[in-house]
Ligand binder design. Structure first.
Ligand SMILES: Nc1ncnc2c1ncn2[C@@H]1O[C@H](COP(=O)(O)OP(=O)(O)O)[C@@H](O)[C@H]1O
Ligand SMILES: [Mg+2]
Length: 269
């Protein structure tokens, strides 16, 4: 099992959108995927189904209200299961609620890792401290969504420093990549901020795949589904997530997929 955290310093950069749609694409490709919401605002549950907030989830497991496995929800796609943030979310909020127990978070992730999925994708709240730091300590890789806008780009070195600090504490988390989100090919600022980042960072750290800015993401989250479910015909943003899934499967070192090939090796005899 490979645990991939989706994290960034900033909110509103597309973390939850990436987590849901990447998890769905990987599941459609035949990986068994567990999507875990560790954001106290519980946005994964909100986006996928109404009424899901009433169910126990991640923070209930951290609070010791039950075994993590009991709270995992199956979906209609057999390869795709889900653990929402749950009811005890005040547990994870700074200020109110109880103090978060980092080892409790790591233990829940360890238990979830035993469930036999190929990949666990973990959505996190904004920022790299608190629960996100505990999630990162318990993950194999982190994917950092980065909004394609000039100011957004400044947070990348900060995020990489936070990850370096977590590594110095003896954790082995790897950076799976930085993925540009909400890219608008018609807007100069968007294109330039992406080019700037690609020039500034070591080759290989930026994902080749970028996620376009597209109103369909708003439609998908209000309809409560990954974009790939909105239409029978593949829509461009869904294809971007299929591409991102394929790219990351290599970076995460996941084994080759079986049964993806119909066996044709040449077109003509
Ligand atoms: N590629 C995109 N194109 C257009 N809107 C997007 C895109 N990605 C995310 N959004 C929208 O931007 C908002 C913030 O995205 P979200 O995934 O919730 O970010 P985060 O989890 O980082 O706070 C949401 O309303 C979402 O629907
Ligand atoms: Mg979010």
């Amino acid at each position: 099992m490979t645990a991939l955290a989706i994290a960034s310093q900033k909110g509103g950069v597309g973390k939850t959108t990436v987590a849901i749609n990447l998890a769905y694409s990987m599941a459609r490709r035949g990986r068994s995927v567990l999507l875990v919401d560790t954001d106290p605002q519980g946005s994964v549950g909100l986006s996928l189904s109404r009424g899901i907030r009433e169910r126990c989830g991640f923070y209930d497991a951290v609070a010791g209200s039950g075994q993590p496995a009991e709270f995992v929800l199956a979906t209609r796609l057999p390869e795709f299961s889900l653990l929402t943030a749950g009811r005890s979310v005040s547990f994870g909020e700074s200020g109110g609620g109880r103090v978060l127990d980092a080892s409790g978070v790591e233990n829940v992730l360890l238990a979830l890792g035993e469930l036999g999925n190929d990949v666990m994708i973990i959505d996190t709240p904004a920022g790299m401290s608190g629960v996100t730091s505990a999630v990162l300590s318990g993950s194999d890789f982190v994917l950092i969504p980065q909004q394609a806008e000039p100011l957004g780009v400044r947070s990348v070195p900060q995020a990489l420093q936070m990850i370096a600090a977590i590594r110095r504490e003896g954790n082995h988390i790897g950076v799976a990549g930085i993925v540009m989100t909400m890219v608008n090919a018609d807007q100069r600022e968007s294109v330039e901020s992406e080019a700037q980042l690609r020039a500034a960072l070591p080759a290989g750290i930026m994902c080749t795949t970028t996620i376009p800015r597209d109103a369909i993401f708003l439609r998908a989250s209000s309809a409560g589904v990954p974009v790939g479910l909105l239409s029978r015909n593949p829509v461009a943003p869904a294809v971007a997530f299929d591409q991102l899934a394929a790219e990351l499967e290599g970076k995460l070192g996941l084994p080759e997929l079986e049964n993806q090939d119909d066996g044709i090796r040449q077109l003509l005899d």
